[in-house]
Write a protein that binds this ligand. Structure first.
Ligand SMILES: [Cu+2]
Length: 337
């Protein structure tokens, strides 16, 4: 408590902010060009508005004290001044100039963010939002990932930004990883685009930010920014078909007979459903249910047993299976690395 008060007393620096003073979704710690541009624009606007605030309040405070009622004042009105052309001009032209400056700087940032060109080496990802999870298609590499977006670091000398084509399979959603870029909606039948060029490796968090249904709050976003070598390794691993391990043949058979395959894809098998996340490399992820819970064997078993225990209202039904079948399916899922 005392420590918290002390840290408020000494205002946080941006370095503190970067270290998570305001949490991992801190809009004051941009790490990608669009987020930097938006951050700089908002600080500039804050400065202009702060200056206006200081000027107006200083004049007000001056007038209130200087012209306050005194003991020996009589109650008659002071002399009134009408129609000063200089003052009329000053308070019309100055605000117009301020608005023009704010308009031009904003238009410039919008242009720089929206009309950015794709340099060679750009990574293209099609993001399809679903109630309540994310699909990430990598058309250049020919695979589909789910829920956890991986992108390479973009060095200023050799920018490799990631351009996102945003689509929705059902209702409106919104893509927002505050440290990387502004918020952009995913709207059915209306493709949008955005881009990010993260300049630090690490995990960046976000959240679907357009209410999309009961599990909107657990439609989280995880962006893994990796060095080029790490990213290439990840891409290579994702391109492989699913591992097939004869030791879990009973589980993989149940995956078909218990209808899992109707909703999920496991590349290299007949499972090609597109209603739920691609499970080909399920175990390469850190979380289940779009960031809802950590991916551990116990959580995975519990998820398959009853997804609603983690995400009530999730669009995956609880399957009708015995405990033994549950163990077999879980054992199979655990081999999908
Ligand atoms: Cu959503």
């Amino acid at each position: 408590m005392v420590a918290a008060l002390l840290s408020w007393a000494t205002l946080p620096t941006f370095a503190d902010a970067r270290d998570g003073f305001f949490g991992p979704t801190n809009i004051f710690a941009p790490d990608s060009t669009p987020a930097h541009s938006i951050f700089r624009l908002s600080i500039f606007e804050l400065e202009v508005e702060g200056a206006i605030f200081v000027v107006v309040f200083s004049l007000l405070a001056y007038a209130i004290t200087k012209f306050r009622q005194r003991k020996n004042d009589d109650d008659s009105e002071p002399p009134q001044v009408y129609g000063s052309n200089q003052m009329e001009l000053a308070w019309t032209v100055l605000p117009v100039l301020i608005v023009v400056v704010l308009f031009l700087t904003t238009a410039q940032v919008i242009h720089r963010v929206q009309d950015a060109r794709r340099p060679p080496g750009t990574i293209e990802v099609t993001v399809v939002a679903h109630q309540f999870w994310w699909e990430f298609r990598y058309p250049q590499y020919g695979f589909v990932a789910s829920n956890e977006l991986h992108v390479p670091l973009s060095a200023p000398q050799l920018p490799t930004p990631t351009f996102l084509a945003l689509q929705s399979a059902d209702v409106d959603h919104s893509f927002w990883v505050p440290r990387l870029a502004g918020k952009t909606d995913l709207i059915p039948n209306h493709p949008n685009t955005m881009w990010i060029d993260p300049q630090e490796t690490g995990l960046f968090l976000g959240q679907c930010s357009q209410y999309c249904g009961v599990q909107h709050a657990k439609m989280l976003q995880r962006v893994y920014v990796q060095s080029r070598e790490e990213f290439n390794k990840w891409v290579h691993a994702q391109q492989q078909p699913a591992a097939s391990d004869p030791a879990v043949a009973s589980g993989s058979a149940l995956f078909i007979t218990k209808a899992c395959f109707a909703c999920h894809t496991v590349r290299g098998t007949i499972a090609a459903g597109i209603v739920g996340p691609d499970l080909t490399h399920l175990m390469s992820r850190d979380t289940i249910g779009s960031g809802a819970v950590p991916l551990t064997p116990e959580n995975l078993r519990q998820w398959v047993h009853n997804p609603a225990s983690f995400k009530p209202g999730s669009l995956m039904p609880a399957p009708d299976i015995t405990e033994q079948e549950l163990d077999q399916i879980t054992a199979y899922l655990l081999t999908l690395r």
